[in-house]
Design a protein around this ligand. Structure first.
Ligand SMILES: [Zn+2]
Length: 416
């Protein structure tokens, strides 16, 4: 947005009136239609027979998942040697989806602090190679404003951010400096398509912020101004807001969640990626006219559940991947389809040892029925059928939200 430049605006208005254009980003490129105005010495140009071809539409499928909580039993199951871990088997079943989508985002809910033991509630701490493995299986960015961000206070937050950086994973939601907080994370979703990603949390488990900039909190004014700024940033096509909010284990959103979803959408966000409550809350497609006058479809997930966690119980093992298919054409980016893939944290044993993996429910059911997956027991199969019935009945919160049935994912941009 150009501000305090009245001369530019006057030129813009005049040119708009002449050429009926609704933008004035590059007024100097407007062709001079008066041949008499051309200097006499100008070389003769060959007339162009065909109008310029507009760029081809860009399509992309963005996937978002809920919380990534590498709890201690998961860390133990992933250990391969002295101070060595391999978390990639956790994702083996869903990996084609993660790698096939054009872009994938998850909420990283732990810290990486070397001088403390690995730990679960109340102070999460895990080996940082978890991030290496998230990257290896296809994750493109993580959000990390959540109630565990300050489990090891300010120094722990800084060490965690440094560890995520060390693996080259883009992240947003916490900040080491005031300057870092003011910088909007802008990501290349596909060639020619950029998305700004923001992240906020309802609380930090009672641990006071060492500096006000360190964790993005659910502050209406902060969110509004961040979303507006992201929306106006040159080149940004989409704005995604991740919210860590809601009442734990509540399957319906509370009033605060409703309020913050509406607030971000009206300020210009295109999608809301909700997490935190450890169980599933619904998805919605909403038609919203934002304060920029953009009247269009928005994608909302109130809570996508535990994508990775050692929590036990049908509802706590359920999650979903939200798939948002977008199209950019003539400079306008719209949401074409919003769907979800039911997933489940499968707990199993190998040689008496606990193991974990996130499975695509529909595929796991089919593979068991075809006798192709020896890791799934009859009891697991019954649980998967129950999860399928529950997730598919609970998640679609508006008629436009569909279940994504597919044996394998596809990259819509063709770039992957
Ligand atoms: Zn949480």
């Amino acid at each position: 947005m150009v501000r305090n430049r009245p001369a530019t605006w006057l030129v813009c208005l005049a040119l708009s009136a002449l050429i009926m254009a609704d933008g004035c980003a590059k007024p100097t490129t407007v062709p001079n239609s008066d041949p008499a105005a051309a200097p006499a010495t100008a070389p003769v140009q060959t007339p162009v027979a065909t109008p310029p071809v507009p760029p081809a539409p860009v399509k992309a499928r963005i996937l978002a998942v809920g919380d990534l909580n590498p709890h201690v039993p998961i860390v133990e199951a992933a250990q391969t040697g002295e101070k060595q871990w391999d978390f990639t088997p956790l994702f083996a079943h869903v990996r084609p989806w993660l790698e096939g989508a054009d872009f994938i985002i998850g909420d990283l809910e732990t810290t990486f602090v070397k001088d403390y033991p690995f730990s679960g509630y109340p102070s999460f701490n895990s080996p940082s190679v978890f991030v290496r493995d998230l990257k290896a299986v296809g994750f493109d960015a993580v959000t990390n404003a959540n109630n565990h961000a300050l489990d090891y206070d300010g120094p722990g937050l800084i060490e965690t951010a440094n560890a995520i950086d060390a693996y080259g994973m883009p992240h947003t939601g916490t900040a080491r400096t005031a300057e870092e907080r003011e910088k909007t994370l802008v990501l290349d979703v596909a060639p020619g398509l950029k998305m700004a990603l923001l992240s906020y949390t309802y609380a930090t488990n009672g641990i006071p912020l060492p500096q006000p900039f360190m964790v993005n909190m659910l502050d209406p004014d902060l969110i509004r101004s961040d979303v507006r700024r992201a929306r106006q940033q040159p080149g940004v096509d989409l704005v995604a807001v991740a919210y860590h909010f809601g009442d734990e284990y509540a399957r319906e959103p509370n009033e605060e969640q409703e309020k913050f979803v509406t607030l971000a959408l009206e300020a210009g966000a295109d999608m809301i990626l909700g997490d935190h409550v450890h169980v599933l809350q619904r998805m919605e497609v909403r038609q919203v006219k934002d304060e920029f006058g953009r009247d269009r479809k928005r994608a909302v997930a109130f809570c996508m559940g535990n994508f990775v966690s050692a929590q036990e119980g049908l509802h706590r093992q359920e999650s979903y991947m939200m798939a948002i298919d977008v199209k950019k054409e003539n400079g306008e980016t719209t949401i074409e389809q919003v769907s979800f893939v039911p997933t489940f944290m499968h707990r199993y044993t190998v040689n008496g040892q606990k193991r974990f993996r996130t499975v695509v429910v529909e595929k796991a059911i089919k593979e068991y029925e075809a006798g192709k997956d020896p890791l799934i027991t009859a009891a697991d199969y019954a649980l998967l059928k129950e999860a399928w019935a529950d997730i598919t009945a609970h998640v679609a919160g508006s008629p436009e939200v569909n279940i994504l049935h597919a044996d394998s994912p596809v990259s819509l941009s063709g770039a992957k």
